[in-house]
Design a protein around this ligand. Sequence first.
Ligand code: CFN
Ligand code: HCA
Length: 544
Amino acid sequence: NSALTIDPQEVREELLRKYPAKVARKRAKQIVVNKVGDNEEVPEILANSRTIPGILTMRGCAYAGCKGVVLGPTRDILQITHGPIGCAFYSWLTRRNQTRPRTPESANFMTYTMSTDMQEDNIIFGGEKKLRQAVQEAIDTFHPKAIGIFSTCPVGLIGDDVHAVARDMEEKNPGTNIFAFSCEGYKGVSQSAGHHIANNKIFTDVIGQLDTPPTDKPFRFSILGEYNIGGDAFEIERITEKCGLTAHATFSGNSEYDEFASAHTVDLNVVMCHRSINYMAEMMEKKYGIPWFKINFIGAEATAKSLRKIAAYFEDEALKQRVEEVIAEEMVEVEKVRQEVTTRCEGKLAMLFVGGSRAHHYQELFREIGMKTVSAGYEFAHRDDYEGRKVIPNIVMDADTRNIEELNVQPDDARYRPRREKAALKRFEGEEDLLFGNYAGMMPEMPDGTLAIDDLNHHETEILLEKYKPDVFCAGIKEKYVVQKTGIPMKQLHSYDYSGPYAGFRGAINFYREIDRLVHSKILSLAKAPWQRNPELAGSYVKP
Ligand code: CFN
Ligand code: HCA
């Protein structure tokens, strides 16, 4: 493919060319030509840094990260957005989290959007009274086990004390767990701050509230950072169940309150999306002695590897054997489709710019059908998600790793010391992979000469498309139509373009087939926009 002869340094210079000097200096640190050393060391990339005003970023806000991402997919925590109505409406089921009740009685509040709908009066004279009323009305109508209150920007600006309201209302309504999130949209530099705020509150106010797990089945573990987009968690549950594993809680796809409240009773946490939930994994390890490691169920090979890793952790021969049987059985169909699709897709080029983990994980699926990722980046991930384990010694610089100290999380040795000791022992005896697998990142797995770009913007997207002419560009709804108008196929990796699942074995098959159809569809390149046929309709920007 001719695109592979393109000099990435030249593209990098082109991406920076139009910027004023100061902007160019900053973006230069966020656009990196990858080079992987013998020890997996990669160049440093600037990440988790404020977007320069004026740049059309693809990022979202802290409220989106807290309410939409981490808490959104849980069905029976009643969620009230405290703020003007827009934030509640636009964060209502747009993320395609699917849910299925555990029992016919289990509540589902996801089909509602609830908000205090603050008006001018509340902004000027304070909104706490209205919030109290909203909480009481919600309790009287729905009798929920738990209520989460989510602050939007104006709440922080006028200083409503949402935590005091939560405490008061909980006292007045014993039996309902009420907690509030100070997740005003402007906090931090992206969704990432909202993930952190959500993790901390769920850890302090929900985890550990219920000591009886719903089952005494063996090999109980939780999956952290899996949100059941397009039914991914359903497929993962199908596979783990078939293997004889017991997935206790998924944080937070297809989840229920009681599963969070008793999540301290499991023996292992595995982390799917590290960016959004690593805080929880670390706090649970510190307090309850639950070990964790990263897994990845995106990609058939990655799924097999993750299952083997979990089985190895439990050290049970029959389990290991069952896992091998399941992998062998599932891989028959996967291989058939994979080989057929590879004959048509081999050598084609992909670009991935998504959130904080998918731009990495989905490279696996493309690799399996012979496609190459020439450029990738996250919207809001941090350096460790890019650079992998080598960055760990430096990561203390990152404010987000300070949360254990902030919350003063202490080991609960009275109850969990034996588990902690056993887990620590396993870590030292464990395979390299168990120990170091925690630190895998995107760049060590990408070939030399590929471009890693943090917080990509529209201007740079247009240049990348023109220079590389990739066969598929993967991102979100904000990018979708800009890309398609250039004639290049576009795949949404947030909402899956309303398809899925893509996780696990059946998900891999779905993905191979869809990508095959998409990269071979000519329809977008044949369509001509009116200004391409009539140049007089084209606008141009003239400097004032
Ligand atoms: S489901 Fe996850 S996998 S949680 Fe995160 S970093 Fe978002 S909502 Mo969009 S698709 Fe995306 Fe990741 Fe983790 Fe989703 S790549 S941006 S905040 N994300
Ligand atoms: C968010 C949610 C989002 C947006 C998706 C998109 C999601 O960031 O607030 O831009 O297409 O996955 O729904 O990431």
